[in-house]
Design a protein around this ligand. Structure first.
Ligand code: DI6
Ligand code: FE
Length: 410
């Protein structure tokens, strides 16, 4: 084993490698990680098995029993938007439902108005604050959706903001086009016509400009129906974009099953999914993305069918869904806690949900989400005695430092 390419060595840490798909954290007590110039993990193992190396030739970061996990991944967010919806929060507290507010022209459409009115720089500044909040909690990869522009110009504006964040924030941003989030005001009653614009104009332009890696649809009784969703998926496939879906959040119209036929990476929300839907996920290697923040904030009553998902070995991811309407929550550590307290995941499952399984939901599980030789050295160091503390307590942030592709960012 040549150690000449080693540039940095982390030594004296406990490692939660997350190489066991959430069944446990796959721990190495008193471990070490060596990183090369390209920011890739070159060696990982127990300190006693370290090959000989020249300590003069590399930077050594000495630990004292702190824990290292992979940099966390928030695989479902909507952090780019104008304005906020604090007024609707108050309306809901007085008894109006999320759907009622949406149907009376509030909801997503009020954020569309504010997002259209905002400049690219204004959106960048407000989104960067949210992104930095996530980074401070150990996040090194974030997925961001468009979906508050709902016309070609403003959807492109949002995705350009996501690209700016990718360039300037030191972490990786994965961009998802969510033009089919809701029907914009100017197309009320003409959803099919709007879907034509999404398919014939928005997707081809966005693919050409390389402004998105994925396409998502809000397939729901208050969103788009199965036929409309399928049209979007066909166009996404034609343009080599990966597919995600907002499905079975408020009702079950068979969205996950449809998505599974189009090779979707994940199905997200799924409180109302049935056994057929779960089997479709299992058979098609899909990830279930659970969003406990939206469940909590909307005071949902129906839990996603965790036991059924477990029984069928569907990988569980967890994300913030950070958005102004249903989850104005920008804390991945709170999601770990809520995944356990509200959905009864084990702390190991929760941690897998923001590492290895979140990577799979983004289609990057060969590069991130685990501590394995050949993967990116995205590394979070925590002042904890055991990994379950990340889900157990909330409020004291135990992050010590954070590395993205081997470079220290916190
Ligand atoms: N489901 C959600 O939870 C978000 N979008 C979606 O399709 C909510 C977006 C919002 O209310 O602004
Ligand atoms: Fe969402």
């Amino acid at each position: 084993m040549t150690t000449q390419c080693w540039q940095t060595l982390f030594s004296g840490f406990n490692l939660a490698t997350m190489t066991n798909s959430g069944k446990c954290c796959a721990e190495i007590i008193n471990g070490a990680i060596a990183i090369g110039k390209s920011g890739i993990i070159l060696w990982i193992g127990h300190i006693d098995d370290l090959p000989n190396f020249d300590p003069e030739k590399l930077q050594i970061i000495e630990g004292n029993g702190e824990w290292i996990t992979p940099g966390l991944i928030d695989c479902h967010t909507h952090i780019i938007y104008g304005g906020n919806r604090a007024n609707e929060f108050e309306m809901r507290l007085k008894g109006k439902s999320y759907q009622e507010i949406a149907e009376s022209g509030g909801g997503i459409l009020s954020t569309v108005k504010a997002t259209r009115a905002a400049t690219q720089d204004e959106l960048y500044t407000s989104a960067l604050k949210r992104l930095n909040t996530l980074i401070k909690e150990g996040v090194t990869t974030v997925e961001i959706k468009s979906g508050y522009g709902l016309d070609t110009k403003n959807e492109i504006k949002m995705l350009k903001v996501a690209e700016m964040l990718n360039k300037h924030s030191f972490i990786s941003i994965h961009k998802t086009f969510l033009g089919a989030h809701t029907v914009p005001e100017e197309y009320q009653g003409k959803a099919n016509e709007y879907i034509q614009i999404v398919c014939n104009e928005m997707i081809p332009q966005i693919a050409k400009l390389k402004l998105a890696d994925m396409v998502d649809v809000f397939c729901e009784n208050v969103g788009f129906n199965i036929e409309q969703t399928e049209k979007v998926f066909k166009e996404a496939r034609k343009n080599n974009l990966k597919i995600r879906i907002h499905s079975e959040q408020l009702s079950n119209i068979g969205a996950t099953k449809l998505a599974s036929m189009y090779g979707a990476l994940s199905s997200d929300h799924i409180e109302f999914i049935d056994e057929d839907g779960v089997l479709a996920m299992a058979e098609n290697d899909m990830v279930a993305v659970l969003l406990p923040g939206a469940y909590y904030f909307l005071r949902e009553k129906k839990m996603p069918p965790i036991e059924l998902l477990r029984k069928n070995n569907v990988p569980l991811a967890i994300a913030t869904d950070s958005n102004p309407g249903s989850s104005p929550i920008t804390s991945i550590l709170l999601m770990l806690n809520m995944a356990c307290t509200l959905f009864k995941l084990t702390p190991s499952e929760a941690l897998a949900g923001v590492t290895c399984n979140a990577a799979k939901a983004l289609g990057i599980n060969d590069k991130a989400g685990q501590l394995i030789e050949g993967m990116y050295a995205d590394i979070a160091i925590w002042d904890i005695k055991q990994p379950s503390e990340l889900a157990y307590q909330y409020g004291v942030n135990p992050l010590v430092s954070l590395f993205k592709k081997g470079k220290r960012i916190m």
